[in-house]
Design a protein around this ligand. Structure first.
Ligand SMILES: [Zn+2]
Length: 203
């Protein structure tokens, strides 16, 4: 499935920011948000680079704004995973109001007309907030909150957006999928005396 292309970057950014800037567990290991400003800045810059391919230079106030946004976005994913679509929708509406989403067609720099979601004077963190909240709102509005997920693997709470055709994704990535398959295989082996072959990789 391909979500509306205009919101793809907002979707990818939301996932990257939540997974880099909210503490919890990742792939079986505890994940802390560093207290040191320089380390937080590096995490935020890497998260954005994962989406755009370019590493930005972010000042500390922007980084704190992105950390706050990441925590707010995580609560949307958590509401969705609880099956509470009402709460996910209300949280997204609250973000759209707080960050003053203001869709406007723009054609600066010789580009053709394209849609911006924030007012021209908004700072970087606000711009990212509006584009993430708008993108997730478009998904919930078109496909339902069930497309927003938190990894189902043991000791992992990283988030994802499910773009599979049938909405069957359960893990943040291949590593957690394979880790879970291996755990199930080992548990079966103990039960069956080790006769089965190992699990195959794949999606
Ligand atoms: Zn995971």
């Amino acid at each position: 499935m391909n979500f509306e292309s205009y919101s793809d970057r907002g979707v990818l950014t939301a996932v990257a920011l939540v997974n880099a800037l909210t503490p919890g567990e990742a792939g079986g290991r505890p994940l802390a948000l560093p207290a040191v400003g320089a380390e937080r800045t590096a995490l935020a810059e890497q998260a954005e680079a994962r989406v755009t391919g370019r590493r930005p230079r972010l000042d500390p106030a922007v980084v704190e704004g992105l950390c706050r946004l990441a925590a707010q976005l995580r609560r949307v994913f958590e509401a969705a995973v609880r099956g509470d679509e009402d709460a996910a929708a209300r949280r997204l509406n609250a973000l759209l109001r707080e960050y003053r989403a203001a869709p406007q067609l723009s054609h600066h720099g010789g580009q053709r007309w394209h849609l911006h979601f924030h007012s021209p004077g908004a700072g970087h963190a606000v711009g990212q907030a509006v584009s993430c909240a708008t993108a997730l709102a478009a998904i919930v509005g078109s496909h339902g909150a069930g497309r927003l997920g938190v990894c189902a693997a043991e000791h992992c709470d990283r988030v994802y957006v499910d773009t599979s055709r049938n909405g069957s994704r359960r893990f943040c990535g291949p590593a957690c999928l394979n880790r879970t398959k291996m755990a199930v295989f080992r548990a079966r082996q103990v039960g069956a005396g080790g006769r089965a072959g190992p699990p195959r990789g794949g999606g």
